[in-house]
Design a protein around this ligand. Structure first.
Ligand SMILES: Nc1ncnc2c1ncn2[C@@H]1O[C@H](COP(=O)(O)OP(=O)(O)O)[C@@H](O)[C@H]1O
Ligand SMILES: [Mg+2]
Length: 409
């Protein structure tokens, strides 16, 4: 494919050469005429006048040359911009034949060299071809967005009429990422509303029951109040988690790095969860390797991850089950593990559990909002580490995260 900058340079060179030749010719003829007149002699000095004209033409040529240099530079700049543009640009003539195309246009439409082909051959999509035809007919800007499933692309085409030539300018933009973000945002809002609806509906039902007489019932009254308390706790936790998630995702959370002992960290998290573990009558084991390197990490955030994982290990465990916490050195740094003897996680959900709001069994009431692991993943990744899960379904799950070791020690 002949590259766009070369075509532009060639065209420009030909025009410049033609002008230069015209000037040269004109000057030669004027000089010859001046010579003839001088030979014949005359009262005034027509030869002098002609020489003045010839000098003027000369000056004009010099000026033209400097204009030509400036224009050349401008042209090269324009060609670079077009070549670097991530949006595809096509210029088609009145018949729809592509006269000019930048490299992005070729790659967006998955076609090697669009120049010389027709718009229909290049865009190969019924709706896009129609948009171009409409623009040709109405001479108005047309915008069309289409999904190209075969190429996993969402493409927006803007067709702008070219008033002088009867042709058009076609601008192709890849909207895949934008559309994906829009969908994530919509999903997020619908998930949040859904999650809020359940506890709010319970609260409404409970207060109504209290209002209609249960308040005075010495046995049922306190029970309903206790349930209201639980629902309010769940709402508070969810609001806190949502706030955390949005802060972490928008990069507003500043990590306070310090050199930490992984052993101390895991013991501190275990201590915080001790009461819950005992209440669930589960056994807790902590195994730490002897010579663990320190890690550079944010103490509170990392403890939050461990607490999230231990909390899940309690929540999804079986009666009489156990939880094992461990830390060991790996070539990449330090690896923490939280293992339980609970229900386990189906293989197809092992990566999905880190998505926000994802729960394996969303029908289970009181099992949380599905945000904990998503927050944990963000925190670990912000530390340059990774988090993953393994599970033997029905027999238990293991969660691991690895943090790079502190290289400065
Ligand atoms: N230790 C575990 N054992 C079994 N399933 C788990 C475990 N940890 C997480 N899960 C599954 O992953 C889902 C997401 O976990 P998480 O993000 O912490 O949300 P939540 O605890 O609010 O449900 C849980 O709903 C559960 O289905
Ligand atoms: Mg959780």
């Amino acid at each position: 494919m002949i590259q766009l900058p070369y075509i532009l340079a060639l065209v420009f060179f030909l025009i410049a050469a033609w002008f230069a030749w015209r000037f040269y010719d004109l000057k030669k003829r004027l000089d010859a005429y001046a010579k003839t007149v001088r030979k014949q002699g005359g009262a005034q000095d027509p030869a002098g006048d002609l020489e003045a004209i010839s000098a003027a033409v000369n000056a004009l040529q010099t000026a033209f040359r400097s204009d030509q240099v400036a224009l050349n530079a401008e042209n090269a700049r324009l060609a670079t911009v077009l070549a670097q543009l991530t949006d595809g640009v096509l210029i088609a003539d009145a018949e729809g034949r592509v006269q000019l195309a930048n490299p992005a246009a070729g790659s967006l439409f998955g076609i090697g060299s669009p120049t010389g082909q027709t718009v229909a051959q290049v865009v190969r999509n019924h709706q896009l071809i129609e948009a171009w035809k409409r623009c040709q007919k109405t001479r108005r800007v047309e915008v069309e967005t289409v999904e190209l499933p075969s190429r996993k692309l969402m493409l927006q085409l803007t067709v702008i009429p070219d008033e002088h030539e009867g042709g058009s300018l076609l601008l192709a933009q890849d909207m895949t990422q934008v559309r994906k973000l829009e969908m994530v945002r919509r999903d997020f809002i619908s998930n949040v509303s859904h999650e809020l609806r359940t506890p709010l509906a319970s609260l409404k039902a409970l207060t109504e029951t209290l209002q209609s007489g249960a308040l005075l019932d010495l046995e049922a009254g306190p029970r309903f109040l206790e349930r209201i308390h639980t629902e309010v706790d769940a709402l508070t936790q969810m609001t806190q988690e949502l706030l955390d998630l949005s802060r972490i995702e928008s990069g507003q959370v500043q990590l306070n790095y310090e050199s930490l002992s992984p052993r101390k960290l895991i013991h501190s998290a275990a201590e915080r969860m001790k009461a819950q573990i005992e209440r669930a009558r589960l056994k807790l084991d902590v195994e730490c390797e002897d010579s663990l390197p320190n890690i550079m990490a944010d103490r509170n955030r990392l403890e939050q991850v461990l607490v999230n994982l231990i909390h899940n290990a309690v929540k999804f465990n079986k009666p009489g089950g156990s939880i094992r916490l461990g830390v060991e050195t790996t070539p990449g740094g330090v690896r923490c593990a939280v293992r339980d003897t609970g229900s386990g996680i189906p293989a197809e959900s092992l990566t999905r559990i880190f998505e926000r709001f994802y729960r394996v069994d969303s029908s289970r009431t009181g099992s949380g909002t599905g945000l904990g692991l998503s927050i944990s993943k963000h925190i670990i990744e912000a530390h340059g580490g990774k988090i993953w899960a393994e599970s033997d379904e029905g027999r238990g799950s293991s969660f691991f995260f690895e943090i790079p070791a502190n290289k400065n020690q």
